[in-house]
Design a protein around this ligand. Structure first.
Ligand code: AMP
Length: 175
């Protein structure tokens, strides 16, 4: 009998998709408020699109937003993007963090200014609640600067925990 790496373990849908090399749809949020903000977001998307197991299928408009929380700092450019990916949420987070690091992202001040912030918002209907990774992103439904661009590209996608569409979450928050 051939032993497999998953013998005896129950696989999540996302993990099954990974093993079967099936693509899932994921959504990320992008933000920058230091340096050439729009150029940084464009280059980050280009870098992401060149990674194995990831394609970028939709990108929202780039919008200037006022910072929320943290120390006084300049306005952000925010956007959201849709990906098709065979990576697991954790693998995708690793790729996002590598790209953040390439743009000189420093992680010293919480909610401080940043050259590039990449957040994994949704990954299929996967739910992850680890200390260093929560999917759906825990602030997804609390931030207009996340929901507004996301709603441009994924209005009818359903949040797998709150069971509401992105359009409904935006109406709840904006209303
Ligand atoms: P931030 O300051 O928003 O870039 O937060 C980065 C930290 O949030 C990292 O230590 C990540 O491990 C953690 N984190 C938890 N869940 C997520 C997620 N869904 N997307 C991005 N970062 C996450």
């Amino acid at each position: 009998m051939i032993a497999t790496r998953n013998q005896g373990r129950k696989l999540t849908r996302s993990a099954r998709a990974h093993w079967a090399n099936v693509e899932l749809t994921a959504y990320i949020g992008l933000g920058s408020n230091l340096g050439p903000r729009e150029e940084t977001l464009r280059q980050a998307l280009q870098d992401l699109a060149g990674r194995s197991g990831v394609s970028v299928t939709q990108v929202s408009c780039f919008t200037e937003t006022e910072p929320v929380g943290g120390p006084p700092q300049g306005p952000f450019i925010n956007a959201a993007a849709e990906l098709r990916t065979t990576l697991t949420p954790r693998e995708l987070l690793g790729v996002l963090q590598q790209i953040e690091d390439q743009f000189g992202r420093e992680r010293d001040v919480r909610w401080g200014p940043r050259t590039l912030d990449l957040d994994l918002l949704l990954h299929g209907d996967q739910v992850v609640s680890d200390p260093d990774l929560q999917v759906p992103h825990p602030l997804l439904h609390k931030r207009l600067f996340v929901l507004e661009p996301l709603c441009q590209i994924a209005p009818d996608v359903v949040h797998p925990v709150l069971h509401k569409t992105v359009k409904q979450l935006l109406a709840d928050l904006a209303g």
